[in-house]
Design a protein around this ligand. Structure first.
Ligand code: HEC
Length: 213
């Protein structure tokens, strides 16, 4: 017998096991998505969101300026948050932001590979997209690693803009100098073939706990 579920309900039902996955315990690392609206979570979310917005603006500005000035091949050297310095372990002007990272399921640089907690979030979002569900604009995660201080992380999924495609779109359309440089630096590059609007990956920041009063 054929049953017709309302599509929305079906998505919800299918998403339930996924939420469990996103909160899985991968042996050493315990990570769960935090969705409550306690004052502490709201505080972490706000700090993370402000920082990510600033980092994302810097990222786009750097890419745009370098492309305009030097062209895409030279821009490969100067792009990508390398201009955001960490001073005394924190981002200037953002004293509670103690780490930041970009990661993806389709990596250009192996140095950006996800750790266990990031992989849970990446897989969670990929599965939501596979079921036709939009990913949340922001995710808050509590990570507990044995022997280490528990960590608050905030993630923002990022999509491809037209200006990103110069380096992440179809390699056939790339100038020879750019294609050669990417091939030389990133031999295992998986981060090509994107279109505008596609999900590219995550920006992640770690927010330090509030100083005890
Ligand atoms: C000038 C070429 C260029 C442009 C334009 C560009 N990227 Fe990249 N992208 C790179 C390079 C090179 C890397 C690897 C950087 C590294 O070594 O960390 C990278 C890495 C990334 C990563 C980290 C994950 C990984 O695969 O290593 C993300 C996320 C990303 N890019 C998103 C974007 C977005 C979003 C845009 C548009 C706003 C964009 N990129 C535009 C060249 C570019």
């Amino acid at each position: 017998m054929k049953r017709n579920y309302p599509p929305r309900l079906l998505v919800t039902l299918l998403s339930l096991p996924l939420l469990a996955i996103a909160g899985a315990d991968d042996g050493a690392v315990k990570a769960r998505l935090v969705t409550d609206d306690s004052p502490e979570t709201a505080d972490i979310r706000k700090l993370g969101e402000d920082a990510i917005n600033r980092l994302a603006t810097t990222l786009v500005r750097e890419v745009t300026a370098a492309m305009a000035k030097e062209g895409p091949a030279a821009a490969v050297d100067s792009c990508h948050l390398k201009a955001v310095p960490l001073t005394n372990g924190t981002v200037a002007g953002l004293p509670r932001i103690v780490a930041m990272k970009r990661t993806s399921l389709k990596l250009r640089s192996p140095a950006n590979a996800p750790d266990a907690a990031e992989k849970l979030v990446l897989d969670h979002i990929q599965q939501l997209l596979d079921y036709g569900d939009p990913p949340p604009p922001l995710l808050v995660q509590r990570v507990e690693t044995p022997g280490a201080t528990p960590e608050w992380r905030v993630y923002k999924p990022i999509g491809m803009m037209p200006k990103c495609l110069a380096c992440h779109g179809d390699p056939e359309g790339q100038p020879d100098a750019l294609r050669a440089k990417l091939a030389e630096r990133y031999p295992g590059d998986q981060a090509t073939g994107y279109n505008t609007g596609e999900w590219r990956g995550l920006i992640r920041v770690t927010v330090a706990d509030a100083p005890s009063k």
